[in-house]
Design a protein around this ligand. Structure first.
Ligand SMILES: [Zn+2]
Length: 277
């Protein structure tokens, strides 16, 4: 099993990889640039390349996470342009760092009178970005934490969006366990059915990474509040066990995005390795 966590790039990309290694992690996630902004600046290519080499040498895998303001359903054209430029820059940085992909949240429903318009907007953005992108690094669509029935909370939507895109081979998935639980996609007791459905739909063959998080709120709450894996949150250890014990997802990395106040990521990775490693 491959466990890791989100790490900071305060010491650069190589620094992030070294931090992951110091946590005894087999995988890590990082923000390719300022997490609070969509502005695009030049990046240190040499540092990114050293990160890539270091990860290859140590057998560590990584993914990048788009900055918080990134949305595939921007409200206006100006924001749309910013998102497109930012995504292309994230892909370029992540490719240079040797990462598997760039995690992007599914969009939101922003057109009240036309439920399909938001999906069309997402497709337009993905098609444009990926028409400009020739690298190996993929866009990784992440499932949302909304109330059951809101956009981006079902495997069907994720699979359909990928299929409808002009470049499906450049798209993979990120499955966030907290979001899946909060949205009711995974209620803690239906993992077997979810796995079966995901295999049938062709979801799991394109799953690249897990965000491994517990949830501060019960299933169906729609709330995106992460909690620590053990003895915290509504998802029980036995319920996580069902996920961990699926042979299908053996080689997919699990990345913690859990709070670090009570237990450090180093400690939590250690707990994960002890329990399921
Ligand atoms: Zn996540």
């Amino acid at each position: 099993m491959i466990f890791g966590s989100h790490v900071s790039i305060k010491d650069g990309y190589l620094g992030a990889a070294k931090q992951a290694a110091s946590l005894n992690a087999g995988a890590f996630q990082y923000f390719p640039k300022n997490p609070r902004s969509l502005s695009v600046k030049s990046f240190d290519k040499e540092d990114a390349n050293m990160c890539k080499e270091y990860c290859t040498e140590k057998g560590i895998v990584s993914v990048a996470h788009t900055p918080y303001p990134t949305t595939l359903t921007p409200a206006d054209d100006k924001k749309k342009e910013q998102v497109i430029d930012s995504l292309l820059s994230d892909l370029e940085i992540a490719e240079a760092c040797g990462s598997l992909g760039v995690v992007v949240h599914f969009g939101k429903n922003i057109f009240r009178d036309d439920p399909l318009a938001s999906y069309r907007l997402m497709l337009e953005i993905l098609n444009y970005v990926l028409s400009q992108w020739e690298g190996n690094c993929k866009i990784l669509l992440e499932n949302m934490a909304g109330k059951p029935g809101t956009m981006g909370t079902t495997l069907e939507e994720l699979v359909q969006l990928r299929k409808l895109c002009d470049y499906p081979e450049k798209i993979g998935y990120c499955l966030d366990t907290c979001h899946a639980f909060a949205s009711g996609l995974w209620n803690g007791d239906n993992w077997k059915q979810l796995l079966h459905k995901g295999v049938e739909l062709g979801y799991f063959e394109h799953l690249v990474v897990f965000h491994l998080n517990n949830s501060k709120y019960d299933t169906g709450s729609g709330k995106d509040r992460h909690a620590n894996i053990f003895n915290a949150g509504y998802i029980k250890e036995e319920q996580f066990s069902q996920v961990m014990e699926s042979s299908l997802i053996e080689n997919i990395p699990f990345i913690l995005e859990t709070p670090k106040e009570k237990v450090s990521h180093e400690k939590e990775i250690q707990q994960l390795q002890k329990r399921w490693g």
